[in-house]
Design a protein around this ligand. Structure first.
Ligand code: CU
Length: 75
């Protein structure tokens, strides 16, 4: 079995105001295939996403956050 490759990348989500927003963003990301985890820093409005680059790219992750109703861009 080949070792799984994952990378981490940051996405800025300035519209996150509270824990509810954090939950929405985490949930949106968790539903994307290839996402392994998401650490949200509410103070910095930053999301560090861990994902498998063979399965999903940053643009797709940003799109998922936008669909949840939040502006998002690479951080
Ligand atoms: Cu909120």
């Amino acid at each position: 079995m080949a070792a799984e490759v994952v990378i981490k990348d940051n996405i800025m989500v300035p519209g996150m105001k509270c824990e509810h927003c954090v939950m929405n963003v985490r949930k949106a990301l968790s539903m994307v295939s290839g996402v392994k985890g998401a650490e949200v820093d509410l103070d910095l409005k930053k999301v560090e996403v861990t994902f498998d680059p063979a399965k999903v790219q940053l643009g797709k992750l940003i799109e998922a956050i936008e669909k949840a109703g939040y502006e998002a861009f690479p951080g």
